[in-house]
Write a protein that binds this ligand. Structure first.
Ligand code: HEM
Length: 146
């Protein structure tokens, strides 16, 4: 089954700037990724999704950095190394339910706060990250005991 490409393409922003330029190029993307994984490493709400990752987050940081550069309209580092992102397929081994998705967004919202992502860029990225994170859900949320 093919995936909707639009969900993996966050690259439109405005006529003058790509989001990649607006966030500060590779330096800005690296800072966002570091702030994101620093939160995943420490936020109590992220404990479950942190446990899905390897103990050493160095490779995870690099992969997200490479992906976001291209997704935001910059260099296609991820595609050059690994081919088409197929993010949903790459996430299939991990049980991602609504709480896991929401924990991922808590870390990304905190990272955008820490990096001073504001205004039109923030509004744009809120929507794009929300949509892509929802697209990664591959399990129903655990049933409640009622
Ligand atoms: C919704 C909740 C999400 C969870 C729980 C999650 C979890 C994970 C885990 C456990 C890995 C493997 C880490 C590793 O190989 O080092 C991974 C890889 C990755 N994630 Fe996520 N992720 C989520 C959403 C997202 C989103 C929204 C994006 C993009 C904005 C993203 C981008 C990536 C990328 C690029 C990789 C590397 C893929 C690879 O090369 O295999 N993830 N994710």
């Amino acid at each position: 089954m093919s995936e909707p490409v639009s969900s993996e393409d966050g690259s439109a922003f405005n006529a003058e700037h790509t989001p990649f330029e607006a966030i500060g190029g590779e330096t800005g993307v690296r800072a966002l990724v570091d702030a994101f994984y620093d939160r995943m490493d420490t936020e109590v709400v992220a404990r479950t999704i942190r446990a899905m990752h390897p103990p050493d987050l160095t490779a995870s940081r690099d992969k997200l950095f490479w992906f976001l550069c291209g997704w935001l309209g910059g260099p296609q580092h991820f595609v050059e190394r690994f081919g088409h992102p197929r993010l949903r397929m790459r996430h299939a081994p991990f049980a991602i339910d609504q709480p896991a998705r929401d924990a991922w967004m808590v870390c990304m919202q905190g990272a955008m706060d820490a990096c001073g992502v504001e205004g039109a860029l923030r509004t744009f990225l809120n929507t794009r990250f929300d949509d892509l994170a929802t697209f990664m859900i591959n399990r129903p949320s655990s049933a409640s005991a009622d």
